[in-house]
Design a protein around this ligand. Structure first.
Ligand code: ATP
Length: 236
């Protein structure tokens, strides 16, 4: 579903991604981990069609990017550091706006169910500018999944969420994975990322340094691998 081959991305003369190879099958859940500045967000933004590759090949569902960015976009749901919400509109109005933008049918039903899923039904009529950070994050997740995209891209989605919201997100991710969605998620919570995913990829200085199996791997073994891979590179 997501094919990344020899991806290079530079900002000016600074190469941030230096030949990333990663293939993610349809229905697979991959977690991407790595140190600050490793290039995780850059990689996710290329896949989300928001950045153009400097070199290499990226395709989603067989459509090469950036040529088919427009087509691919409606099959993607993105949760990033930018909420992409309108502060003066209520939570429900925001979701209705996106539902219209995507030309969705059964809008009332979808919006109501999305708000319930993230535990925001009681606050649906309040303007989003009055929301706390965690509430905004919950609504961002509802917006990203509203159009039932084939591919879900999450950049540190647990940031700002309380225990209840984290558990809701766990359920939502498991539900989305069970429905056959392809998921790529960045997180700094190694153990959490490991528990949810089929595979965990470690990005180190712009390259995939290792890929481990997800749920089946013992957290301690994964932490050893992560430390080994990132330290070995640093020692060079
Ligand atoms: P973190 O875990 O801190 O979120 P990350 O792995 O997501 O980090 P990126 O945000 O992809 O890392 O950044 C990788 C490198 O690219 C960093 O050195 C960063 O300063 C640089 N970078 C990111 N965006 C830009 C930009 N728009 N212009 C110039 N440099 C950038």
């Amino acid at each position: 579903m997501i094919k990344i081959d020899g991806l290079v991305k530079s900002y000016g003369h600074l190469p941030v991604l230096r030949g990333v190879d990663l293939h993610i099958e349809a229905g697979e859940f991959v977690t991407l981990v790595g140190a600050n500045g490793a290039g995780k967000t850059t990689l996710l933004r290329v896949v989300a069609t928001l950045l153009r590759p400097t070199a290499g090949k990226v395709s989603i569902g067989g459509w090469p990017l950036p040529t088919h960015a427009e087509k691919v976009r409606r099959h993607i749901g993105l949760v990033s550091h930018h909420a992409l919400l309108y502060g003066d509109l209520s939570a429900a109005e925001n979701l209705h706006f996106f539902a219209r933008l995507f030309g969705l049918d059964r809008r009332e039903e979808r919006v109501e169910s999305a708000l319930k899923q993230v535990g925001l039904a009681a606050r649906q009529r309040d303007p989003v500018r009055t929301f706390s950070r965690g509430m905004t994050q919950r609504l961002t997740i509802a917006r990203a999944t509203l159009h039932e995209p084939d591919v879900l891209l999450f950049d540190e989605p647990y940031t700002g969420l309380d225990q209840e919201a984290s558990a809701l997100l766990d359920d939502l991710l498991r539900h989305q994975a069970a429905q056959g969605r392809t998921i790529l998620m960045i997180t700094h919570d190694l153990v959490h990322g490991l528990n949810l995913a089929d595979r965990v990829a470690i990005l180190d200085r712009g390259k995939i340094a290792a890929v481990a199996t997800g749920r089946e791997m013992e957290p301690a073994a994964f932490l050893r691998l992560y430390t080994d891979v990132t330290r070995r590179k640093r020692d060079r």
